[in-house]
Ligand binder design. Structure first.
Ligand code: PHE
Length: 354
């Protein structure tokens, strides 16, 4: 085999390659120099007819040329493709502002609710829930509200026209009026019916009052019901004070004093309104605590025996405290919000600040 032939093929191929400017000519180059019918391919096919010695010297030369031409071919292909790209179409302006993604977030009340539940869970409380459309029995009767209590008035409570059905022990007793629960306390009875003391439970929820709204009154707001029951003698007002102080100290991250004032609720005896030392001014007096050094938080008391018996417990066997407080009020304190209507007002400018 003529060795100079290999050199000639190489020379021709390099010359041809130098002139290639587009993919069509490059394809022709491929057929001519690397294709099945190319000179190089025939030489490679002829190899087998050569003497072993020739095979050893010529074989590697042919292989090397083939590889060289293949490399040149792919390099040229990349070069042409790169030169003919439509940069206008592919343009990427890395300095352009991104497309904002509108991912929602938790409503401030919901976020606060999660925080509060977390603290109570650490104190060994279970979380329960109850219906927002409640029966008159659970909202009032079982809680020892007298039949003529003013809270039952149309002016104070949202009644649901049409009502519901009162069922006890599987039997339909009578048609009963339904209402939008005015507090979370009905869940004291609901929980007692299904559980046996000792227990500690916390029930968060939305409550409704037929109220003229202003900066500190809203028809819809959020509460918590806290209930701790055990056998008589085991849970006292002191237990309540301790739980309340522990909760508020964890929540506000500072020392808090709880103050009880005698009050009245039909479902607790004795009953209290309770305040905490003002966490904003450390009791020095500020606009939030109206210069008193105390913040009004909610109602509490020892569960009335009539409520325990309404839930089916034997009289005198159990004792414990119930505590209800406004989560909305807590949010107002925490974020220093002066108008309660903002929470449920649906104004996104308000919500997005959290
Ligand atoms: N349910 C009462 C209210 O809404 C608060 C309360 C709960 C009081 C539990 C005493 C015990 O005003």
């Amino acid at each position: 085999m003529n060795v100079s032939l290999i050199a000639t093929i190489e020379k021709n191929a390099l010359e041809a390659m130098g002139l290639i400017k587009d993919l069509e000519t490059l394809a022709r180059f491929e057929t001519q120099f690397l294709g099945r019918k190319s000179e190089l391919s025939s030489l490679l096919k002829e190899l087998k007819n050569l003497s072993p010695e020739e095979k050893r010297t010529i074989g590697p030369k042919l292989q090397a040329l083939r590889e060289k031409l293949q490399t040149l071919h792919s390099e040229k292909q990349a070069e042409i493709e790169n030169n003919t790209r439509d940069w206008e179409v592919e343009r990427l302006d890395v300095t352009a502002p991104g497309i904002p993604r509108h991912i929602g977030h938790l409503h401030p009340i919901t976020a606060l609710e999660h925080e509060v539940l977390g603290i109570f869970e650490h104190l060994g409380f279970t979380v329960a829930e109850g219906p927002e459309a409640e029966t008159e029995w659970y909202n009032f009767d079982a809680l020892n509200f007298p039949k003529d209590h003013p809270a039952r008035d149309m002016q104070d409570t949202f009644w649901i026209v049409g009502g519901g059905t009162k069922i006890k022990k599987g039997k339909v007793l009578e048609r009963e009026r339904l209402l939008m629960r005015t507090h979370t306390s009905p869940n004291q009875v609901r929980f007692m019916e299904k559980n046996k003391p000792p227990f500690r439970v916390i029930v968060p929820g939305r409550v409704f009052r037929n109220e003229a709204t202003d900066a500190s009154h809203e028809h819809t707001f959020h509460q918590f019901e806290c209930l701790m029951l055990d056998e008589t003698g085991k849970v006292s007002v002191a237990t309540f004070k301790h739980v309340a102080e522990t909760f508020f100290e964890t929540f506000f991250g500072k020392k808090v004093t709880v103050r009880l004032r005698p009050s009245y609720f039909p479902f607790t005896e004795p009953s209290f309104e309770f305040d905490i030392s003002c966490v904003l001014c450390d009791s020095a007096g500020c606009s939030t605590c109206k210069q008193t050094g105390w913040l009004e938080i909610g109602g509490a008391g020892m569960v009335h025996q009539n409520v325990l018996t309404a839930a089916g417990y034997p009289k005198g066997k159990y004792q414990g405290f119930a505590w209800g407080f406004g989560l909305t009020r807590l949010a107002m304190m925490k974020y220093k919000i002066t108008d309660i209507r903002q929470f449920m007002g649906g104004d996104l400018r308000f919500i997005r600040q959290f």
